[in-house]
Design a protein around this ligand. Structure first.
Ligand SMILES: NC(=O)c1ccc[n+]([C@@H]2O[C@H](COP(=O)([O-])OP(=O)(O)OC[C@H]3O[C@@H](n4cnc5c(N)ncnc54)[C@H](OP(=O)(O)O)[C@@H]3O)[C@@H](O)[C@H]2O)c1
Length: 300
């Protein structure tokens, strides 16, 4: 395996995958915006994934061994308010990529989410059935089904909340947004009733790169070892950054209904991932340390 096509290259997670990639691996990263970062093993392709002819022609040109499909509309409240757009980007684009992977015999690694579960029980394994509660989660489940039924060589990863710093731009990193707010002297609010088992972005990136060369096929939950509320998580981060815990306040339930519905406890069991991967999965503290010491990509 030597050619990887990576969608969402300028985003939070995919940017870190680029940062962790070995020099021998040729990475073709797709992004709509110009990203100034350059590296010998990296080619940028400015393509809107909704432009199917452009995507097909790029696929024919690259002929990827592996497609890592990380691009998505990942803002849950935006997806709730823009259902058609969410379906076009998160579902229709995945269908095009899945069909191209089948035609070209490419392995496909699709980024789903812990949010596919309803959060009633927590500690979800790959055997549990998804029960999506919001538009974003429904688009992820629809895309999962397309990948599993279209591509012969597929992996669907369901990461938990991802902890880390963006490589190029803010993207979907809550840690980065929290650090910005604290540096500006603001308090931050996180809900006590949303439980996750966060994974740091460096471990996640290494796991994805390992999976690119692995023969595992199926669903895989990628999470850290600890389940904790978003409030507890943020308080531990604040302490680690040298702030008083009081800078993190409890975010009250959304009585006005302005936020999309969130599942209560979507902590994941990472038992299967631990059996399959050499990449070690970490405790919350270890993951936070790793995330804070790898600030984006090292310049060559
Ligand atoms: N971050 C988390 O905690 C988390 C947790 C579970 C699952 N996930 C999943 O993991 C994946 C990566 O998440 P992330 O946090 O890295 O998200 P992100 O920072 O929002 O990155 C998503 C990327 O997709 C790109 N994209 C969106 N529409 C596109 C289009 N039409 N054409 C080309 N590129 C397009 C965006 O580019 P523009 O900026 O140019 O629009 C952006 O670079 C997503 O599938 C997400 O659902 C994330």
């Amino acid at each position: 395996m030597n050619r990887v096509m990576l969608t969402g290259g300028g985003g939070f997670v995919a940017g870190n995958i680029i940062g962790q990639s070995a020099p021998e691996l040729k990475v073709h990263a797709i992004e709509t915006r110009e990203v100034s970062f350059r590296r010998n093993n990296l080619s940028w392709h400015a393509v809107d994934l909704l432009d199917t002819p452009a995507l097909k022609s790029l696929f024919d040109h690259i002929r990827p061994d592996v497609v890592v499909h990380a691009a998505a509309l990942s803002d849950i409240d935006f997806c709730e308010a823009h259902r058609d757009q969410a379906e076009r980007v998160n579902v229709a684009v995945t269908r095009v990529l899945a069909e191209l992977c089948r035609e070209m015999n490419s392995r496909m690694i699709y980024f789903s989410s812990d949010s596919v579960f309803d959060g009633e029980t927590g500690n979800y394994s790959e055997e549990n059935e998804p029960q999506p509660l919001n538009v974003y989660a429904r688009t992820k489940v629809d895309a999962e089904n397309i990948v599993a039924h279209t591509v012969p060589d597929w992996v669907i990863v369901r990461p938990s909340l991802v902890l880390g710093l963006p490589a190029f731009a803010a993207g979907n990193s809550f840690l980065w947004r929290m650090m910005q707010a604290l540096q500006e002297g603001n308090t931050v609010a996180f809900p006590s009733e949303e439980i996750r088992s966060p994974i740091d972005v460096i471990t996640l990136s290494r796991a994805i790169l390992e999976l690119a060369e692995h023969d595992y096929k199926g669903y895989l939950h990628l999470s850290g070892n600890d389940a904790l509320s978003r409030l507890a998580m943020a308080r531990r981060i604040a302490r680690r950054l040298g702030y008083e815990e009081a800078v993190v306040v409890d975010k009250k339930p959304d009585v006005e209904g302005e936020r999309a519905r969130r599942p209560r406890d979507v902590s994941l069991s990472n038992r299967r991932a631990k059996q399959i991967l050499k990449t070690p999965l970490r405790s919350f503290s270890e993951g936070l340390d790793l995330a804070l010491t790898h600030k984006g990509v090292e310049r060559p």
